[in-house]
Ligand binder design. Sequence first.
Ligand code: BGP
Length: 478
Amino acid sequence: MSKLKDGFLWGGAVAAHQLEGGWQEGGKGVSVADVMTAGANGVPREITDGVLPGKNYPNHDGIDFYHRYKEDVKLFAEMGFKCFRTSIAWTRIFPNGDEDKPNEAGLRFYDALFDECHKYGIEPVITLAHFEMPYHLIKEYGGFTNRKVIDFYMNFAETCFKRYKNKVKYWMTFNEIDNQSDFNSEFSVATNSGILFSNVKKEDREAAMYQAAHYELVASAKAVKVGHEINPDFQIGCMINMTPIYPLNADPKNIMLAERMMQRRYWFSDVHANGAYPNNIETYLKRKGYRKDITDEDREILKQGTVDYIGLSYYNSMTVKADGIDLDGDINPEEPVTKNTTLETSEWDWPIDPVGLRYSLNWLTDRYHLPLFIVENGLGARDKVEADGSIHDPYRVDYLRAHIAEMEKAVALDGVDLMGYTPWGCIDLVSAGTGQMSKRYGFIYVDKDDDGKGTLDRSKKDSFDWYKKVIASNGEDL
Ligand code: BGP
């Protein structure tokens, strides 16, 4: 007997800006992802002031899903996908973000994509804001540091809810909203909130993040409320990056530090799920004088717009040590991170920790008592195409197998209520962190290299047939 419930949502996940391409087609505007250059080895991505000549912007073309989605959805169907998680590019619907009327051509693209999915019985799972917003809203309004942007987001959300009312049931409001707790990473705050370091002094970054995140949480709660009014059957979730933070050892200082860092990260989902800020964060914000603008009406809307489920990505865990860290002082979230010698790492140095997934599912269940949906998990790796065109990726299968096994234990032995599982980057796409193609996650290989060269042809990796078998057996045959 299968451990997973009937109708378990097996599928795969992507995000609009990482695969669609067609960045200037169908009336689309420029998003923050369109002004992010490719990284190179050791060189991080740069966010430029508009699109500059002579720079490489990998998201402009993605993997050309905009033109090839029919071929790709067909391959997903062949693997047996029950659902497909993608995002709606805000700039296809509202090119600048502050228009009154949506862009019909953009709306039509997603109509066609969702129809194509339904043709094969694949349920679309949709993120409204996945690491992108109109660049115009950042330039002119300062992104989510400006309360006005809540209304622009609401126009976008409401337009999508109404238009796709009968085509989409599962929604998420913001991708990995908690990522910006790493407020010293421009990538994290810019893609989440539209905060650019050129606009905010170093010493004001953390304060800016808390204020912007508050407005996003209000926007999310409003969207949940309005969405349910538009269609009471909608399931609207949040989406967090779940990275459990472990103390290096049993030294109480390390344990306290790990707890403190968990508090500074998981308050986002506390607000989404409980409709209120946890005490520890309220106290911290008061003490620091952050998030000055919060109204009674905000608090009321947060209560009314709690989410139906917790969507999460899980890639790895993180381990911290308190040496040299003042637990009562300011904590730079990157500083305490240390190596966990019990875990192997990926080529990009991400720890591989399948048990951490079971731990996370238990932790989230105990904290929120809500259904969970694993909407990202996977291993970024370099793949080699053999002379005969085949691609052997046992490392990917090993990673996924081990994580699915732990996920199944969480369901069968621990009683976790799990809606589905959509591994990240089911088809190779542009990496968010590096902007490169060579960090691949897919079951489907895309012929494109880091310089943007290649035929864009799709081919199946060994993992394609393996995952097909996993889905067909509802996770029994790993
Ligand atoms: C998550 C994002 C995705 C995705 C993934 C892998 O943070 O939601 O957009 O890209 O991580 O990260 P990367 O592409 O940097 O390997």
